[in-house]
Design a protein. Sequence first.
Length: 370
Amino acid sequence: MESVLLFLRKDAIMSVKAPAKEALPGTAAGEAPSLLPGLLVCLAITAGAVALQSVEEHLTGHPYVEALVIAILAGIAIRTVWVPGERYRAGIAFSAKQVLEVAVTLLGTSISLGAIVASGPALLTGIVGTVILAITASYAICRALGLPARMAILVAAGNAICGNSAIAAVAPVIGADSKDVAASIAFTAVLGVLMVLGLPLFLPLAGLSEHQYGVLAGLTVYAVPQVLAATVPISLLATQVGTLVKLVRVLMLGPVVVAFALIAPHLPAEGATGKAGPRRLGFFKLVPWFILGFLALATLRSLGLVPETVVQPVTRLAGLLTVVSMAALGLGVDVRVLARVGARVTLAVTGSLLVLLAISLLLIRALNLG
């Protein structure tokens, strides 16, 4: 992805690219900005979230609100009264991106790929079909609301696959306008966090089992790390199933980008940049390294090459790193963006997500998943 979108790619709204020849405050010319200030802020929020969860467990005997959720909410609350300055942004971006990618990779040690095989071809086919139907329906909704064709594609790809990562991947191959990219990413980031917070509340209303809830989270939540945040409060089974389903969904990004690259020359001129035009992306732009790392560790676990004594500590470390990243995610979300993106984009993204939710529930019922 373009460097200016690195932080946005993790469902945040803050750009962290500094001018090439200007040093950030507290750094010499040409020196990389320090990660420490922003990282310390995220660690402080994490410590507070973990402490609050411990108090909650002590008082009630159960963590009804996990540290993950507390960290997100705390980050959002802090962001509404304090906008991190330049000296904090590099560390916050690092926590939101690299720390999160390491956490997802480490989670591979807790999952056996046998679960994918056990799920059978019906679920795998259903995931692919859900992505295709969601893209088609979302595009139709966007166009019906009068959004430009390229922006409709951005919203459809982000909704159906992996949120801001998909938007950032699709944008250059269709020559999307930068303003459309920014608007799509901004609202998707906020809605992604709302999904993380709201989906666990949906479980008792829908009467889903833990396995079914994992499938639902994997099919509807935008980003891989957000699937963790939405499923960890439910159960380990929900987390494992949700992550596996989500990874299959993310792997659809490559074929979808190729398809849109073929369609791009036939799109109407409106909304195009008129400058760069469509262009090709490399393999590692389509399949992030942490997904490959996750699959590699899951394969090693499946082959019995990861000692059982290592699994629990590594899983706990992955969980703690995820809390740090959720704090950074919260710090990057400006809820006031809802008032700036416009009613049509708001309706398009919200409507697309509701359609995806309906398609996913129909798939779960049709396959009679236990």
